[in-house]
Design a protein around this ligand. Structure first.
Ligand code: HEM
Length: 189
């Protein structure tokens, strides 16, 4: 499963490298909003990387809604000694709905050790699916947004929670651009 994901990442990076530098590439990277033209790249049809080896269509669609609507997110992260507390909200009710479903669904998967194998997912997630028992999670939907508190007694898990919270913030701020950059960084390590 991991090998497949890495193979996919290598293909994605090759494609990105092939078009990098062209006007079309820069339009694709900045043409968010799905208004047409290269902006369509960010509709589900243009984001095959949101599929997974064990993900439902609904889960992939939710990710597409969030990536398409990333500009509507606001997020605050507190790094705790033993974990994280995050507050995330979207000004768009549909994006908010996808976010709530994503967070509860993914944390449920972590608790059950069911890795969705989303092609573009961060390797930071691996330890969560391997050591889900070591994480205490609390989710509350409030007026402020969805409040997620996750703690652990395992220092490696705590470090991964901190890293992942930063990765989520980056995706909420920059959408797919954050993912492409992370994948390129991974390839050069
Ligand atoms: C715009 C993109 C995304 C947003 C806004 C988002 C949002 C979130 C939020 C708010 C959390 C709760 C933890 C936290 O607040 O730091 C979370 C957890 C999670 N997300 Fe995402 N996510 C995005 C993309 C993805 C992708 C592409 C995957 C790939 C599988 C993914 C998988 C997960 C998993 C597995 C968790 C649970 C982690 C844990 O239990 O510690 N997310 N996401």
């Amino acid at each position: 499963m991991t090998a497949f994901r890495l193979a996919f990442a290598a293909i994605a990076i090759t494609v990105v490298a092939a078009v990098a530098g062209s006007a079309a590439f820069s339009q694709m990277m900045h043409g968010h909003g799905g208004g047409g033209g290269m902006g369509m790249m960010h509709d589900m049809a243009g984001m095959p990387g949101l599929r997974g080896t064990d993900a439902t269509q609904e889960e992939s669609d939710e990710l597409a809604v969030m990536f398409n609507g990333f500009q509507t997110f606001e997020r605050e992260v507190s790094l705790l000694d033993d974990g994280i507390r995050t507050v995330t909200r979207s000004s768009d009710p549909q994006v908010m709905e996808a976010l709530v479903s994503h967070v509860s669904g993914m944390i449920g998967r972590v608790e059950e050790g069911r890795d969705p194998g989303i092609f573009i997912q961060s390797p930071t997630l691996d330890i969560f699916f391997a050591r889900g028992d070591a994480i205490e999670s609390d989710i509350a939907v409030t007026d402020e947004g969805i409040v997620v508190t996750q703690t652990s007694a395992d220092p490696e898990v705590v470090a991964a929670l901190h890293t992942h919270a930063g990765e989520v913030s980056d995706m909420a701020e920059r959408g797919m651009h954050a993912v492409h950059e992370r994948m390129m960084r991974g390839a050069s390590n």
